[in-house]
Design a protein around this ligand. Structure first.
Ligand code: FAD
Ligand code: FES
Ligand code: FES
Length: 490
């Protein structure tokens, strides 16, 4: 069967099933490249969610996705334009149409947007309403910073953000969360989602989407279909389809798998399917100084879908987790069938577009040693949010009795792969923990890389930034405030 890949004897043919607002959806047929946004707008005529950019940037397509995690139902805003329909299996999809049943008064979030003039042309408005709705349900009294963080992934080009932030505050004051439909129906929805069998396997027009029920089924599906496209959060793969029209069949969806995070005295182990939003509470607990860095990856919607495993496996030279994780000394576990191997993360990146991953193999776990040292992560991008960096740096410095005993610096955006700066490390190692030492490292880093000039930045700019980030680390450690980002609370 051309294009379908080999059917595994471990897989059974099962439809995609999910809840869409109040309706139970069963799809015996679906192609892996059908987006949720197209399904909503073209098949269901739910046209509230808009298509602005079709690449996860503008938030006009925002919907809520409710998923059971450890038996608890949680709703999060995601971008429907780069969410594939197959990945909705077992979820509750909530669109803006669900907020106000016909004839009912506007939802408090919508009313606040009206009262505070939060809309002009209105194209972005349903997306803002859904992001604010997600915030309103989970945080009854958000600060301005929290509101802005929730809106990082929503762009408005005519109203401006101040009225929208005011609307968010007014909606919080209006309250009513306990009376909201999603709160009232939570138990019933959770029971319906729990009854949906794990796993699905559907095809349409000769294209196949496989959702393995668990990691063992995933291992088998990849052995049977070694050329399949692995899709986790689809915040990279989604664009391959919407922007480059690339074929992705057969596709194996894994965003629902490998979700465990375990923390011991010495390390954090993260399943490859853990999203940024799922990881952040653990990071805040164990390495709070790094949360700012991760909160600047994408916007809220992207962090709710994008996985740390996807950021690594993608192998992009500008992915932002690898430099930080390499600096932290992270290791990864790759699995093929029942065989697992562990390697240092930096060894995974061989060359531009080339990673140490065999056909049929997948990334299963990321192991991060808990640092007993000073750590930092810096990102320099044109926009503060929803923008990938021109240069990113992860740094870990261990100092004993005033002498640097370990230095790990890794950069993104400086080479064809995320890479350590060995010359800069050598300039630090064994030297006094002092300004001159960091100044020497800032000079040495010029020899570590020959960066490219591209539309994000020139080679000269990248070299200057790399050196300045090393200086910045010293200034911060020396007690000089270097605050370059985040809103000051009003
Ligand atoms: C608007 C927007 C903003 C963004 N901003 C940033 C940013 O600031 N910083 C940044 O670093 N990135 C950013 N990204 C890129 C993207 O969000 C991240 O790279 C994300 O972590 C990818 O994870 P995913 O789960 O969505 O991966 P997917 O898109 O599902 O997959 C990415 C790649 O990894 C492979 N893959 C995924 N999981 C596995 C696995 N377990 N084993 C083997 N292969 C696997 C896939 O086959 C594919 O090749 C942004 C993307 C968008 C759309
Ligand atoms: S249409 Fe712009 S984020 Fe989806
Ligand atoms: S109201 Fe027009 S883009 Fe936001």
């Amino acid at each position: 069967m051309l294009g379908l890949g080999r059917q595994s004897k471990h897989m059974t043919s099962q439809p995609i099933r999910f809840l869409l607002n109040d309706t139970e959806i069963t799809l015996p047929e679906a192609a892996p490249d059908e987006t949720l946004l197209d399904f909503l707008r073209l098949s269901r005529r739910l046209t509230g969610a808009k298509e602005g950019c079709a690449e996860g940037d503008c938030g006009a397509c925002t919907v809520l996705v409710g998923r059971l995690r450890g038996g608890v139902l949680r709703y999060e805003p995601v971008n429907a334009c780069i969410r594939f329909l197959a990945a909705c299996h077992g979820c509750h999809i909530v669109t803006v149409e669900h907020l106000t049943p016909k004839g009912a008064a506007l939802h408090p979030v919508q009313q606040a947007m009206v009262d505070h003039h939060g809309s002009q042309c209105g194209f972005c408005t349903p997306g803002f309403v859904m992001a604010l709705y997600g915030l309103w349900m989970e945080n009854a009294d958000p600060s301005v910073v929290e509101i802005e963080t929730a809106l990082q992934g929503n762009l408005c080009r005519c109203t401006g953000y101040e009225p929208i932030v005011k609307a968010a505050r007014a909606a919080a004051k209006a309250g009513g969360q306990a009376m909201d439909a999603l709160a009232r129906e939570r138990d019933a929805v959770a029971a319906k989602l729990a009854a949906i069998p794990a796993g699905a396997d559907v095809s349409k027009d000769g294209k196949r989407a496989i959702l393995p029920a668990d990691s063992d089924a995933l291992a088998q599906a990849l052995l049977d279909n070694p050329g399949a496209t692995v899709i986790a959060g689809a915040t990279d793969v989604g664009l391959w389809v919407t922007k480059f029209l690339r074929p992705i069949s057969p596709a194996i969806f894994i965003g629902h798998l490998m979700k465990d995070v375990t923390v011991s005295d010495s390390e954090i182990r993260i399943g490859a399917g853990v999203t940024y939003s799922e990881f952040l509470p653990f990071l805040a607990e164990s390495m709070p100084e790094l949360t700012d860095y991760v909160e600047r990856i994408g916007g809220w919607q992207v962090r709710n879908a994008g996985t740390i495993g996807g950021n690594i496996a993608n192998g992009s030279p500008i992915g932002e987790m690898p430099p930080l994780l390499i600096a932290l000394g992270a290791r990864i576990v790759l699995r093929r069938g029942d065989v697992r191997r562990e390697l240092a993360l930096e060894e995974y990146f061989i060359d531009y577009g080339k990673q140490d991953r065999a056909p049929g193999e997948f990334l299963e776990t990321v192991i991060i040693p808990l640092p007993q040292a000073r750590v930092a992560g810096y990102k320099v991008s044109k926009r503060a949010h929803s923008d990938i960096s021109a240069v990113a740096m992860g740094i870990q410095i261990r100092e004993e009795h005033g002498i640097i005993t370990e230095a790990r610096l890794a950069f993104g955006g400086m080479a064809g792969i995320p890479k350590r700066a060995h010359l800069a490390e050598a300039a630090l190692h064994g030297r006094p923990f002092a300004r001159d030492t960091f100044e020497a490292a800032a000079h040495a880093v010029a020899g570590d890389f020959q960066p490219l000039t591209d539309w994000r930045a020139s080679a000269e700019y990248r070299q200057a930034v790399a050196a300045n980030l090393i200086r910045r680390f010293w200034l911060e450690q020396d007690g000089e405030p270097v605050r370059l980002s985040r809103t000051v609370e009003a």
